[in-house]
Design a protein around this ligand. Structure first.
Ligand code: PLP
Ligand code: COI
Length: 339
């Protein structure tokens, strides 16, 4: 293989050796298969193509100083894929089958797990798609679950450095009672225009408001939102955002660091009161916000004057990374070691 510059990786696709696949047919999940090819042979009337019957996941494997490979919160991703499957009427893959597949694909591609010192990781992308042919709007009777992996660096090229986002009122990524809480491709298709416009304006992502009233903060393009004020970690409750596993983990860490945790609707105006604000997610890790521009209201909310992350974001980031890379003990049972 071409030499990979581990410390210089972006969040892009690099081919690896194998992907793994499981097919659902006749009401049953089949055996786990190992595949070298990067393509899928698909019926032209497959429901994933026409009616968006597809969901995906994102998790990471990290190589520790001890050389061991650790996967973060595997079971949570398995359960979220099940929730996504229920949301768009796809067959549910049992949690143990998901876990078996993740462990297998990481082991098979072990040589692509970046070295400890690089700060990079192996991104794991499980995908579930409706394969059966339908013309009427109905769920498929056949599904393909597959996982590929690819080594990645930071999602936002600045990494752990404050960057700006802009509030968007013109676009929603999901409807009030829609699919925002599950990880289905349609939400991401719906976010492409807003994301491209935000980047054109020099922002790293669009910050969505609640789609019903446009009064409350929802989430950033590919990540949840949280803020810090008065020793309190504040993050939105909303029925149009994805329940982030990173956010859930950070709430736990924040509490254990002595912060209060508040999950509640966050009115836009409250942004003016926050000491720190950030995006969080598997790909984004913690991406601190320098400021948020509200272009419609001609307002800017600033969180970092000196180009540095705030102290609480920094502490949370260091703690989370230490657990993921095995520098600190896994007291929460979040880590699965690949044997
Ligand atoms: N919100 C959206 C829309 C996402 O795509 C992601 C990424 O998975 C997240 C939040 C963060 O979720 P997690 O921390 O589980 O990766
Ligand atoms: C993740 O954080 O895993 C994501 O899925 C975000 C994005 C790449 C869609």
């Amino acid at each position: 293989m071409k030499e990979i510059e581990w410390s210089n990786l972006s969040f892009g696709y690099i081919p690896t050796d194998y992907n793994v696949r499981i097919t659902y047919r006749d009401g049953q999940w089949g055996e786990l298969g190992v595949c070298e090819g990067e393509y899928i042979n698909l019926h032209m009337a497959a429901t994933c193509l026409h009616y968006g019957q597809e969901a995906f996941e994102g998790l990471k494997a990290f190589r520790g100083r001890d050389g061991k490979i650790r996967i973060f919160r595997l079971d949570e991703n398995a359960k979220r894929l099940q929730a996504s499957s229920r949301g768009i009427m796809m067959a549910e893959l049992p949690v143990d089958r998901f876990e078996e597949a993740v462990l297998k694909v990481v082991k098979l591609n072990e040589r692509f797990v970046p070295p400890y010192e690089s700060g990079a990781s192996l991104y794991i992308r499980p995908l579930l798609i409706g394969m059966g042919a339908q013309v009427g709007v109905k769920p498929a009777d056949e599904y393909l679950f597959l996982i590929f992996v690819t080594p990645v660096g930071p999602y936002f090229k600045e990494g752990f450095k404050p960057t700006p986002v802009c509030i968007t009122r013109q676009y929603d990524r999901a409807a009030p009672q829609g699919t925002g809480t599950i990880k289905v491709g349609g939400n991401y298709a719906a976010s492409l225009v807003a994301g491209a416009k935000a980047r054109e304006g020099g922002y790293n992502a669009a910050l969505y408001l609640d789609p019903k009233e446009k009064k409350y903060i929802d989430e950033c393009g590919p990540a949840n939102f949280f803020a810090i004020r008065d020793n309190t970690y504040i993050t939105p409750v909303s029925n149009s955002i994805l329940p982030s596993i990173t956010n859930k983990s950070l709430m736990r860490l924040a509490e254990d660091m002595g912060l209060k945790v508040e999950r509640r609707p966050i009115p836009v105006e409250e942004l003016a009161t926050f000491e720190e604000a950030a995006e969080c997610g598997t790909a984004a890790v913690i991406a601190p916000l320098s400021h948020i521009d509200d272009l419609d209201e001609n307002k800017t909310y600033r969180f970092s004057e000196n180009g540095k992350p705030g102290p609480v974001c920094e502490k949370l980031y260091n703690k989370l990374r230490a657990i993921q890379y095995g520098d600190e003990p896994d007291t929460y049972g979040w880590i699965t070691i690949v044997e």
